[in-house]
Ligand binder design. Sequence first.
Ligand code: ADP
Ligand code: MG
Length: 295
Amino acid sequence: MTDQAAELRNLVRLTDQKKNNRTPAPGKMRIITIASGKGGVGKSNIVVNLAIMLAQREQKVIIFDADMGLANVDVLLGLIPRYTLWEVIKGEKTLKEVLLEGPGGIKIIPGGSGIHELANIDNYQRQCLVHQLRGMGEKTNFLLIDTGGGISRNVLGFMTAAEEVVIVLTPEPTSLTDAYGVIKVLSRLGLHSKIGLIVNRASNSREANSTVQRIERVVQRFLGMKTEYLGYICDDRLVSQAVKKQEPFCLLYPRSTAARCLGNVASTILEAGKLEREPSFSADKFVNRLLRLFT
Ligand SMILES: Nc1ncnc2c1ncn2[C@@H]1O[C@H](COP(=O)(O)OP(=O)(O)O)[C@@H](O)[C@H]1O
Ligand SMILES: [Mg+2]
């Protein structure tokens, strides 16, 4: 074979790989748990719209709705789940069968009452879950886990199970102290060296920056932990307009301030992954860590 032929072949191979760049290398799924000190700071809206914006950047994204209080994600998207994780644990459905198709190519696993059931899982059910998650991890770039507010046992479970944790906070002083409380609990567990921060409902970048500076200072000083500022989202009335219409704001109002802000956050999250992380997804590790706090 001539050098030129080999070169051409390589070129074709490279183009093929580019075409397939929606499929990640095996075991490279990034799991990010999104949490907050208290409810109502905008987590579910951020998770849904972030998922869509990552999908627009050629990523395969699954949302895991782990908020068993009010299943938010499906309501935000106007979807009605027929089955949830509950049926998966009972062995009546596969993970694939309970997946909901969301807009923009995203998929959703409704946790529902299955989240409660994680506390009673037996060894066989655990193995089934690991097996199915492993299969899913091979075809997915991001698993975004939406949680309820606060630090209940199940929220802690999802935080410790994920390699990456992102805390959403607003510039309000109470949100700052609540967020600090969650980070403090995480620092005691000592599993994460760095916590991501997103400031929601900021008036502008200056206000978001000062919010982040304030929390960074105390977290570094008193907890010895690092934070990674992933960006902010402006307070934008179009967000609640979209909620009322049960459509994601990034699709309904793609030119809104909130959508542009979140676009920057999506890019930052993608870049951060490229630059410094070497995510390796282990379904075993994920499920073990998750269940440790449940059972
Ligand atoms: N950036 C924003 N600008 C304006 N309103 C927002 C913004 N983010 C969230 N909201 C409002 O806050 C409400 C609660 O958001 P949600 O995502 O359900 O919070 P959480 O999941 O943290 O409980 C939304 O219904 C919306 O009206
Ligand atoms: Mg929510």
